[in-house]
Design a protein around this ligand. Structure first.
Ligand SMILES: *Cc1c(COP(=O)(O)O)cnc(C)c1O
Length: 322
């Protein structure tokens, strides 16, 4: 297997992020619940995309790019963090966003602070967004620029490496704490984080079950399977990836990027028990799904469970709590 350190990476985050026990929720729910604070990755408001961008923007720099383009919804945490990291690296950022959902406030304020160029496309599909990005990139090339394209969520094998590396970090922290985790739980939005965590668990924490909570209705079992195989190939790891490694449940509520009563209740519960903020449309929904699975006995026989907090604070100020 190739060493993770053999891939270009620019340290954009402040790592490792903290990992510790949620004492009050553990008592309340009768399990040893731990949290990995990837909401504290250290750039802008933190969040999971920083780990992917460490590899993606290193690749952009290696290829001589001076402009980075990415896509998302108007409140995309990924787009905002791409703008933050591009600014730090002296690159222009162009965010091509679907004109659907909350079109003011929240992450759009931050995009502007980071001097991102925001273009809206009035569409329901990413095909239209990507077509517009192709047009913009053609124009940039004609003007002598070198654009670098990052798809939605940075969920390509190179981005997934960020979460394979995160599991290496978790394995080391678990040894320090003297705790063997039985399961890891995370939100699934475009699939990269979950795929990296699941592959990383196979490599660095064998036997640990990786559970994802989908927050939109994409077929994540298939998406994760493909991403894990491609990332394993990139790493020349030789590890065999199976559908049996993938455990995905869903908590979507009324729709992607729309708050659900259970998700908002989970945000309040985490805040009021542990003093930690989550957002209502990603981490709040993932927590709601996690609490539901605990209630259903999904983790029976598993005592030490790690929840990966993937960030999302920017959306708290754009989405109404219900
Ligand atoms: C993007 C995002 C996720 C989902 O991560 P993916 O790698 O896209 O699946 C979860 N939580 C937050 C806050 C995010 O911004």
């Amino acid at each position: 297997m190739k060493a993770l350190s053999s891939f270009s990476r620019i340290p954009l985050g402040v790592l490792p992020t903290p990992l510790y026990k949620l004492e009050n929720l553990s008592r309340e729910l009768g399990k040893n619940l731990y949290i990995k604070r990837d909401d504290l990755t250290g750039a802008a408001l933190g969040g999971n995309k920083i780990r992917k961008l460490e590899f993606l923007l290193a690749d952009a720099k290696d290829k001589g790019a001076d402009v980075v383009l990415t896509a998302g919804g108007p409140q995309s945490n990924h787009a905002m963090l791409t703008a933050a990291c591009a600014a730090r690296l002296g690159m222009r950022s162009i965010l091509v966003l679907k004109k659907r959902g909350e079109l003011t406030g929240g992450n759009l304020i931050l995009d502007d602070i980071f001097n991102a160029e925001v273009r809206f496309v009035d569409t329901d599909t990413y095909d239209d967004v990507y077509a517009e990005m192709e047009r913009i990139m053609d124009r940039l090339r004609q003007e002598g620029h070198t654009p670098y394209f990052i798809p939605v969520g940075g969920s390509v094998p190179l981005g997934c490496l960020g979460y394979v590396r995160c599991v290496e970090e978790i394995a080391w922290q678990s040894k320090e704490l003297g705790v063997d985790f039985d399961a890891i739980v995370s939100a699934v939005g475009s699939g990269g984080t979950y795929s990296g965590l699941t592959l990383g668990a196979k490599l660095f924490l064998p036997g640990v079950r990786s559970v994802g909570v989908g927050v939109c209705d994409d077929p994540f079992a298939d998406i994760a399977y493909d991403l894990m195989r491609e990332t394993a190939a990139l790493l020349e790891s030789g590890v065999s990836v199976s559908q049996d490694d993938i455990h995905i449940r869903y908590h979507i509520g009324p729709g992607y990027a729309m708050p659900s009563p259970e998700g908002c209740e989970a945000v309040r519960r985490l805040a009021r028990r542990e003093g930690i903020l989550a957002d209502p449309v990603y981490t709040g929904k993932a927590l709601a799904g996690f609490f539901q699975l605990l209630e259903e006995g999904f983790f029976d026989g598993e005592e030490n469970i790690l929840f990966v907090h993937t960030g999302g604070a920017g959306a708290l100020f754009a989405v109404d709590m219900v």
